[in-house]
Design a protein around this ligand. Structure first.
Ligand SMILES: C[S@@+](CC[C@H](N)C(=O)[O-])C[C@H]1O[C@@H](n2cnc3c(N)ncnc32)[C@H](O)[C@@H]1O
Length: 254
């Protein structure tokens, strides 16, 4: 990708992409946005594989998600920005922690990250991931997004489906105290799913990092303090109404 030209004051000039034959209006817009996006330029400069890396960096700065020695599952990892960030923070290259990552697409290997190209929707995906992990996880993070069809309702249902499965998987693998982070679409979290998360985790909130484009409906749901299966059973026995604790009602963190 070319570096944007700079004006006399040293600031990058806005790059305009001409319409060319064979380029659709949406790809012209995409290219123009990429060329003018400061996060894209910064990712290239700092060696991150994607601008998405900054979303995790910013959420980590806010919520202190990544700690040395953690065991992490990265769902929808390609091209690998989140895994790169996580690897650095947990000390993977020093032999600390573990990262298991999957995607429909292949990725360039990241030292120490166990990657498998697979569809998370495949019936055997959870089982394969658990085998790769070889134990419990401290963090399950999902940046998975199915390709948008442009049909709002279909896209909404597809992302909700992915998140529901990711939550189900997180329940199986998280250690007590563990964290779940997943991309959702604004207004796209089903009430039942949120209520369920609030029952399973001590705190549930929404986060919109600055690197997430303001005009995009994407948002992240962050659930911390996994209660664990035994604790959950106790909470259920105590007759929780599914709305969670006061702490679980934390306001949206924009
Ligand atoms: C926004 S990208 C992830 C970017 C990544 N977090 C990074 O920092 O580089 C979303 C990814 O989700 C993947 N994905 C979507 N549906 C999936 C599925 N069913 N199973 C596995 N990966 C999936 C896509 O292939 C895509 O690479």
């Amino acid at each position: 990708m070319t570096t944007p030209p700079r004006g006399p004051d040293g600031r990058p000039l806005k790059v305009r992409v001409k319409k060319s034959r064979g380029r659709t209006t949406s790809s012209q817009k995409w290219l123009q946005r990429q060329l003018n996006d400061p996060y894209v330029a910064r990712a290239k400069r700092e060696g991150w594989r994607s601008r998405a890396a900054f979303k995790l960096i910013e959420m980590d700065e806010k919520a202190r998600l990544l700690k040395r020695g953690m065991r992490i599952v990265d769902l929808g990892a390609a091209p690998g920005g989140w895994s790169q960030v996580a690897a650095k923070k947990i000390g993977l290259e020093e032999g600390l922690g573990k990262i298991v990552a999957i995607d429909l697409l292949e990725i360039e290997p990241i030292p120490g990250v166990a990657f498998a190209q697979m569809d998370f929707l495949a019936p055997d995906a959870p089982e394969r991931l658990i085998a790769m992990l070889g134990g419990q996880a401290d963090l399950v993070m999902s940046d998975m997004a199915a390709n948008a069809t442009g049909h709002k309702k279909t896209d909404h249902l597809r992302i909700v489906g992915l998140v529901e499965l990711a939550v189900e998987f997180a329940r199986q693998v998280l250690a007590p105290g563990g964290t779940f982070l997943a991309k959702v679409i604004q207004g796209g979290m089903e009430a039942t799913l949120l209520a369920d998360l609030k029952r399973d985790f001590t705190q549930v909130r929404h986060v919109k990092p600055a690197a997430s484009r303001a005009d995009s409906a994407e948002l992240y749901v962050l659930a911390t303090g996994f209660r664990g299966e035994a604790d959950r059973a106790e909470t259920d026995d105590a007759g929780t109404d599914g709305t969670g604790t006061a702490e679980a009602q934390a306001p949206r963190d924009q």
